[in-house]
Design a protein around this ligand. Structure first.
Ligand SMILES: Nc1ncnc2c1ncn2[C@@H]1O[C@H](COP(=O)(O)OP(=O)(O)OP(=O)(O)O)[C@@H](O)[C@H]1O
Ligand SMILES: [Mg+2]
Length: 227
């Protein structure tokens, strides 16, 4: 369980998030929406301990997430797929997955290849020469190699063709069902994402203006104008 209590985050003098209180339950699928600069990435980074200045408290399974403790938090089961294709471009698909799994179970790679058969086909190919969608799958596969119990994803479908977007979102639901990992996904593809989450959060200039079932958000016309 990931719990934020009255969290604020700053970059220098600028407050990017304020008064954030929310809880992500084990196995839950939650979307985070909001316009550019609303604080979505910062919200995820607070959950990973990857933000310099933070007030309030973030707890993961009852233990605090302190700023700067990313490595420890990754080992505690918090998986993070950052914005952009974060893969080692000059290494092969297989090498990327092996590095990500070094501290865990290297044999788990067979599960990644089952989820994303295209990665199995491209095993020896340099990651930098994969298509955008394939790189995104690889980045997700690398996060899964750390055997997360919660997966934080920052716009994993950016730049992908609509048909690939659907496939990627379906894979996330499959991962959620197969591993029980909770999913917190920041997305601009609001309509497609709403179909795969149980709950949605909406941020507006650093504040949480909606937290509830996705069906309730869908019915809330004034909120739609924020994205
Ligand atoms: N390293 C930084 N230094 C200074 N300001 C920052 C830094 N990172 C983010 N910010 C500012 O904090 C605010 C929130 O940024 P954040 O990246 O969390 O927004 P976002 O909702 O993810 O936006 P986007 O949809 O564009 O990815 C923005 O105004 C941004 O300019
Ligand atoms: Mg962002």
């Amino acid at each position: 369980m990931l719990e934020y209590s009255n969290v604020a985050a700053r970059y220098g003098g600028f407050t990017a998030l304020r008064e954030i209180s929310l809880t992500v339950a084990p196995g839950e699928r939650v979307a985070v929406f909001g316009h550019n600069g609303a604080g979505k990435t910062t919200l995820l980074r607070c959950g990973l301990g990857d933000v310099g200045e933070m007030d309030g408290r973030v707890l993961y399974n009852g233990e605090p997430i302190v700023p700067g403790s990313v490595y420890r938090n990754a080992r505690r089961g918090i998986g993070f797929v950052p914005q952009g294709h974060n893969v080692f471009r000059d290494l092969s698909v297989a090498q990327n997955l092996a590095i990500a799994g070094l501290l865990h179970d290297p044999g788990y790679v067979s599960e990644i290849y089952r989820l994303f058969p295209i990665l199995a086909e491209r095993r020896p190919q340099l990651a930098g020469s994969l298509s955008g969608g394939q790189q995104q799958m690889l980045a997700l596969g690398m996060a899964l190699m750390t055997r997360p119990t919660i997966l934080l994803l920052d716009e994993p479908t950016t730049g992908l063709a609509p048909v690939i977007v659907q496939g990627m979102l379906r894979s996330l639901v499959e991962i959620n069902r197969a591993t029980g990992a909770a999913i917190v996904i920041v997305e601009q593809n609001v309509a497609a994402t709403m179909q795969m989450v149980e709950r949605a959060l909406v941020l507006k200039t650093g504040r949480l203006i909606f937290d509830g079932p996705s069906a309730k958000l869908a019915a809330h016309e004034d909120l739609w104008s924020w994205f």
